[in-house]
Design a protein around this ligand. Structure first.
Ligand code: ATP
Ligand code: LTN
Length: 334
């Protein structure tokens, strides 16, 4: 059945950058939710390769990461029969709407974005205009599909709020052109922290791979990374202030097992951190094993993956064009 956006179901749009290996943070914060809501909503998911070039990328690696990320989404249960899945650069309307909306976004608004501030500190030798304009591209992604819901991790909240501001401003000038989007956060795992520095968000572009556990990491590697996760000098497994490392591991364990913090504390009463870290590592590795197997199967036939991506782009293009045409008419582009 062709996914249709004309039904009454709400429209969902979200994306992920092919800037490295998909981590447990990306999975719990976003991709897991995506796979769970496909029946309830009309979903559109994309690999945000245009966003990824705000940081310098090796062309061959970017191409490889893009197709791999596409395969990971499918392996996580995103179903191209039910949802639209595509690669952002295949749909030109994203770049086109970004130009138009840039003229409706203020310098001051973009200067306040915390992701811009973080990334310009991290990549101080390449603070390019794309990095600054990144939120306008993300607003365009969302608004092109008239998405009402955007399932993301907490770090993206400010970008979705800016999207609402831009949409509201545009609608105020030209009538009801865009749907107002809202964030959809997961119940557990909306902010997973680095395994090496629990004060920092886990990030797939962390230069230290010990900071993240990736979906495609080998079982032994995942377990090892959890065993060497930075915690505190106490020994009791309990959720408390000042125990960011343990709190993070408890959050991850809870997201995978459905257990509450009290249940986890009871389960590990009398055990040290070592036992707990091992249990978290094994739980994560067990959950990722079937995804990894499906990924390997999909990557065996890259031509098929490319065909699916092309079909997804065609469907996305049709919807995006419609919105873009309307915007161009409203603005007065002849
Ligand atoms: P990069 O390191 O290149 O900035 P990233 O790991 O932050 O990448 P994105 O591709 O920017 O990942 O994000 C994809 C999705 O994953 C977004 O919805 C984002 O909110 C979510 N996400 C990313 N990191 C985390 C995290 N640590 N915890 C929860 N959700 C996260
Ligand atoms: N900027 C997002 C990735 C992204 C996205 C989107 C998320 C690009 N376009 C549209 C939701 C909707 C990030 O996670 N850094």
């Amino acid at each position: 059945m062709e996914p249709s956006v004309t039904e009454k179901k709400k429209i969902v749009l979200s994306g992920i950058q092919p800037s490295g290996l998909i981590t447990i943070g990306n999975y719990l914060g976003a991709v897991k939710t995506w796979s769970e809501i496909q029946e309830k909503y009309n979903c559109v998911f994309m690999i945000a390769n245009l966003h990824a070039t705000t940081v310098r990328q090796d062309p061959a690696v970017l191409r490889k990461n893009t197709l791999e990320a596409f395969a990971v989404l499918l392996a996580c249960g995103i179903d191209p029969e039910r949802s639209i899945v595509f690669i952002q650069s295949h749909v030109p309307a994203h770049a086109e709407l970004t130009w138009a909306l840039s003229c409706y976004t203020q310098f001051g608004e973009l200067s306040r974005m915390t992701q811009f501030k973080d990334k310009s500190a991290r990549y101080a030798d390449n603070i390019n205009a794309g990095l600054f304009n990144y939120p306008v591209l993300m607003a365009s992604d969302i608004l092109l599909y008239q998405a009402g819901l955007v399932p993301v991790g907490e770090d993206q909240k400010q970008h979705v709020e800016l999207t609402r501001d831009i949409a509201g401003r545009f609608n105020g000038l030209y009538g009801n052109v865009f749907t107002m989007p809202e964030c959809l956060f997961p119940k557990a795992g909306k902010r997973i922290m680095s395994l090496q520095d629990p004060a920092k968000k886990m990030s797939k572009s962390d230069p230290n791979p010990k900071g993240y556990a990736a979906l495609l990491d080998d079982r032994d590697v995942i377990i090892k990374k959890f065993k060497s996760a930075v915690t505190d000098s106490e020994t009791a497994v309990r959720f408390a202030e000042g125990k960011a490392g343990i709190n993070n591991l408890m959050g991850i364990y809870s997201a995978f097992t459905g257990k509450s913090y009290e249940e986890i504390e009871a389960e590990f009463a009398g055990h040290g951190y070592g036992d707990f870290k091992l249990a978290v590592g094994e739980t994560v590795a067990d959950a990722f094993a079937p995804i990894k197997a499906e990924y390997a199967r999909l990557m065996d036939d890259k031509e098929y993956l490319k065909k699916l991506a092309a079909e997804g782009a065609e469907k996305a293009n049709r919807i995006a064009r419609r919105t873009l045409d309307k915007v161009y008419r409203k603005i007065g582009y002849l």
